[in-house]
Write a protein that binds this ligand. Structure first.
Ligand SMILES: *Cc1c(COP(=O)(O)O)cnc(C)c1O
Length: 351
């Protein structure tokens, strides 16, 4: 099987942990592992003196947790809605009755930052929600500009970095971000099942709300002090997370991983230009390459890749639109073969 989805092809050491006996987790040994994972995570995202809650649950769970515990203590939110993940911030706020400005951004386009500034001036929100990378289109937003705007208006900044963590440079402290969320199946490239909420040091002592029993920050933070979780953790994935984080620490941090992701994106994009596929994202993230092929039937290329080559890519919102993740293990040769296969299926359709 070849996987260009989330996660992608797994590292062997990580995959093997999945077939080992499951240890009991209410032990000092497991506590130590968790505290070590927390510490490495905070280093990788540059959140000095902050906390990282590791939940059993997908990335959307962590987004929901942020709204339940933090956003709901605020007066008014603004959310950047540039695709399905931005829309999710809006939906979660609405679900919990938090007033939210739905700042729509056209699909695969960058934010109109001057317009954003005008809306901020007129509406005075006190909390800002966005994605670093809107995974539905491949568009990367400019956190430098967003951070400046939030600083100027004294607005608390929350960023969903689920699909940019370890794929794009990211420094929470320098950007003044209060909260980030990510999950395990994207940049970390380990199985899905865990999500992480990063709380900056500035939030120490913050009086969080209590609107979600499972995701309650206070309860999770007090258990985390001793390296434990309030409820049964997905033990094996916590161990895979720890092993992956130690690999990253052994590489001296996130830089090597980010440059590998970028390299894969560059190799694949050269093929895309060769085969004439448009790449719609105005500022594309290296995490994925989103392409518009000449596929005329819904999911035809997608289905053929699975049937003929056990290869998975991600279909998008319109016919012929596909996304290829660069966060899993993939060689230059494998990427060229993938592009060649997509091209040959496409050529059959248009014969
Ligand atoms: C994948 C993803 C999520 C979380 O999705 P889950 O299916 O809940 O893991 C959230 N935001 C972004 C930008 C994502 O790419």
């Amino acid at each position: 099987m070849h996987s260009y989805v989330f996660p992608g092809n797994l590292d062997k050491e990580i995959a093997e942990i999945g077939s080992q006996p499951i240890p009991y987790m209410r032990t000092d040994w497991f506590s130590k592992i968790n505290l070590e994972s927390e510490s490495i995570l905070l280093d990788l995202i540059h959140c000095n003196g902050g906390r990282a809650i590791i939940y059993t649950g997908s990335g959307t769970g962590a987004m929901s947790a942020v709204v339940e515990n933090y956003v709901s203590t605020k007066r008014k939110a603004i959310a950047i809605n540039g695709g399905s993940f931005g829309k999710r911030w809006v939906s979660i706020c609405e679900y919990y009755g938090v007033p939210v400005i739905d700042f729509k951004v056209p699909f695969a386009k960058d934010i109109d930052y001057a317009e954003l500034e005008r809306v901020m001036e007129a509406e005075h929100p006190d909390v800002f929600l966005c994605q670093h990378h809107e995974t539905s289109s491949g568009q990367l937003f400019n956190l430098e500009k967003i951070s400046e705007i939030c600083r100027r208006h004294d607005v608390s900044l929350i960023v969903d970095v689920v699909s940019s963590f370890l794929a794009e440079e990211l420094d929470m402290d320098r950007l003044g971000i209060d909260i980030c969320v990510t999950s395990t199946q994207k940049g970390l490239n380990i199985p899905p099942g865990l999500s992480i909420v990063f709380l900056s040091r500035k939030l120490e002592g913050y009086e969080y709300a209590h609107r979600g029993y499972y995701w309650d920050f206070e309860n999770n933070l007090s258990n985390l002090k001793r390296g434990q979780t309030p409820f049964s953790p997905a033990t094996i994935i916590y161990l895979q997370l720890n092993a992956r984080l130690k690999q990253l620490r052994g590489q001296g941090g996130e830089a090597l991983n980010i440059s590998q992701v970028r390299h894969r994106a560059e190799v694949f994009r050269a093929e895309c230009r060769r085969y004439g596929w448009a790449m719609p994202a105005e500022i594309p993230s290296c995490a994925i390459t989103a392409i518009q092929t000449r596929d005329t039937a819904e999911r035809h290329i997608f289905n053929c890749l699975i049937e003929r080559y056990q290869t998975y890519i991600m279909p998008g919102s319109v016919t012929g639109f596909y996304r290829i993740s660069h966060m899993g293990l993939q060689s230059d040769e494998e990427l060229r073969v993938l592009a060649e296969r997509i091209h040959s299926i496409e050529a059959e359709i248009n014969e």
